[in-house]
Design a protein around this ligand. Structure first.
Ligand code: ATP
Ligand code: MG
Length: 138
């Protein structure tokens, strides 16, 4: 069990003005921010980040969406960070997400679902390294 995870606030949420509310909920849920960046992915970068989904039917749609507008990338710290953060964001499909979760409150659809959360300690490391240099984290 590691104490770090990685998140993105996705383009649907940043464009609707939910960035502040989502960060507020993350912090109030006990996560501390160890690195933070406001940026925009190129289609090539979005494709690389989600390469694990290359064979899925929604891959093209996912890459277009994730490069369609600005995102927030962040490294978060808390005990049991990966599992607790997945719980905080809720199910991939907001229609199935529990009441009070970030996706239930802020997501638009299964595709445009407001936030990303790492699914394992290993991927949290890989994803954090994708966005942040040593200088940008502590
Ligand atoms: P994320 O990895 O972004 O935290 P997740 O782990 O809940 O989400 P994944 O199965 O890893 O879900 O899917 C990655 C992303 O691909 C989803 O968050 C969503 O944006 C998109 N996606 C997943 N399933 C579908 C689908 N059936 N149709 C369209 N887009 C989808
Ligand atoms: Mg995932």
């Amino acid at each position: 069990m590691s104490n770090r995870t990685f998140t993105m606030i996705k383009p649907d949420a940043t464009s609707k003005g939910y960035t502040g509310a989502i960060l507020d909920q993350i912090i109030k849920s006990g996560f501390s921010i160890k690195a933070l960046k406001w940026t925009k992915l190129t289609p090539a970068q979005a494709g690389e980040f989600y390469a694990v989904h290359k064979e899925r039917p929604f891959y093209g749609e996912l890459v277009d969406y994730m490069s369609s507008g600005p995102i927030i990338a962040a490294i978060l710290e808390k005990d049991n960070a990966v599992a607790d953060f997945r719980k905080l964001i809720g199910a991939t499909n907001p229609a199935q997400a529990e009441e009070g979760t970030i996706r239930k409150k802020f997501a638009t659809s299964i595709a445009e679902n407001a936030v990303h959360g790492s699914d394992s300690d290993e991927n949290a490391m890989i994803e954090g390294d994708f966005f942040f240099s040593k200088l940008e984290r502590f």
